[in-house]
Design a protein around this ligand. Sequence first.
Ligand code: ZN
Length: 196
Amino acid sequence: MILPIIAYGNPVLKKKAKPITPDYPKLKELIENMWETMYNASGVGLAAPQIGLPIRLFVIDASPFSEDDDLIENEQEDLKDFKKVFINPTILEEEGNDWDFNEGCLSIPDVREDVFRKPKIKIEYFDEDFNKHVEKLDGLAARVVQHEYDHIEGVLFTDKLSAFKKRLIKGKLANIEKGKVNVSYNMKFPKAKKRR
Ligand SMILES: [Zn+2]
């Protein structure tokens, strides 16, 4: 089932999300719905707060990046199979020199900005069967995980921009809150006027 994606301005996107236990109600179905919702919106990642649930869960399928010609062949191969469910993750380490990449977010349609992040991470998480994994990631895989991880910490990529950039997109963000944006998928806007 495709779920509406929560737009910028909803307080659920600013909350630190809570861990879940294996008996979380209808978890398999929820994960299925998140995949469906993400693919329908042509996203590479979706975090539970973006469908209104403040829990530590996100899904990532980075395979669209494998067609990016700017990447070295190795990285293209790695990203082709990068499809994972992350439950109760913890980023254990982040290292290297900050690099910038143009990011977007399904909750903030039509806004793309360069965001600086560290290139390498070590992350611990549980998969959909609650098996524990500890992995080292770099490049775009690390980047997408960092973006989704921020969501469950209540942080959006727009929070990481300079004061100047924030000022430049202020109007656009205000319009998104009101639902004044063209978007091809179903969204829930915090300040949308009710239609009579
Ligand atoms: Zn996002």
